[in-house]
Structures are given as C-alpha cells and as structure tokens.
Design a protein around this ligand. Sequence first.
Ligand SMILES: [Zn+2]
Length: 230
Amino acid sequence: MSSSILPAASSVLVVCAHPDDESFGLGAVLTAFAEQGARTSVLCFTRGEASTLHVTDDDLATVRSLEFAKAAAVLGVSRTELLGYPDGQLSDQPLSELTAHVVRMANEVAADLLLVLDEGGITGHPDHERATQIAMTAATPRGVPVLAWVIADGVAETLNHEFSAKFMGRSDDQLDFRISVDRTIQGEAIACHESQSSSNPVLRRRLELSGDLEPLRWLIPVAPLPSTTA
Ligand SMILES: [Zn+2]
C-alpha cells in the first residue's frame, strides 16, 4: 500500500535532462519537500535547445536558460546548475563523466535524497531515461536514496489515446507514495518556461487529469536502520 506522506529529507537534489523537467514534472513534489523544510537543488544536463516548441526567434538555449533560472527562483530552489550537454544526445555522452557531476553536486549540497523522473522517462524521451540512469549510477555506491516521480497508468492511457503520445504510467501496486500537492507554485514555475508552456495542450491535460495527486516510487529506497538487538 502506498503512503500519503513524503519521506523525510533535509537536502533534495533533482537530477534532470531539460530546463522545465524540474517544473513541468517535479515542480509540485519539489514544493512539497520545500514546505516540509528540505533544502532543494537542481542539476540539469542540457539547455533544451532541441525542443520543437519554439515561440521565439531568439537563441533557444539562452531563452530556456533564463526561463530555468526564473522557475527555480519561484520554486525556492537554493542551488542550480545548468550544464551544456547537447539536448537529445545525452545517451551519447560518457556515463562516468555525467555521473561525476551528480556526485560532485550531491556532495556540495549534502544531498540525502535524489529526485528524478521515472525509469522509462515518463514521455519515453531518451534524455529523461539517461538522466535517471546517471542519478542511479551516482547514488548506488553511496547508498543515497533515489525517489522517482511517476504518472498513474490511467493518466498515461488517456494522454496516449488523446494525443497519440507514449507516456509510460505505473499501476497502483508499483507506487510507494501518493501524495496530495498544492500546484499553485508549480503553476507559477511552469509559466516561467513560457517558450515551452504557452502552447502545450499535453501538459495542461496531464495536470488536469492528475488533479492534486502525485504518485512516487523508490528506485533506491532508504536503507533500513541497522537492528539494535544484541
Ligand atoms: Zn524533458
């Protein structure tokens, strides 16, 4: 059975591929962690220049970098790092090099929980899957728990039907948490990513279908406390 209470964490590090993943996907969960007192940080590997959603003639990498900074401020993120790996080609970059960024930043912010998109990448985007793989590779030898934001299978099925999309959902028995969230701040952060959100019916519909619930699952759970029995 899934819990409705977020796990305890004092420093949450988001590891994601694109500027907007932290808001469109993880914004409400990030806000929930901040509300319970956690410090939050975001490491993003690309500047999102390959997006097909262009509403500007300006350099998209520059536009999206500025949008990312604004959204992070709205979300109350205390530390961000936006790297310049090529959007759409994260899988071609060396895993050890990518992982080293996560290890370094996790040490700097003393992260005790990594927050990522679900395995499968939610939308099936290979960069999303790669970002989660990088986080797992960094966390596994260090025993840092990794929590994944997921979407419910019913929401995925509806989106796939209505938009011919490839969302990958999870069934109830695959969830560890289903928390109630307030999407007010997430909405403000989404609006900061104007180039990607001003005309994005799939995003609107996903938020509508998800309501105030966010499903989560452990990819690496918190290690159990050692037994104290003699
Ligand atoms: Zn993305």
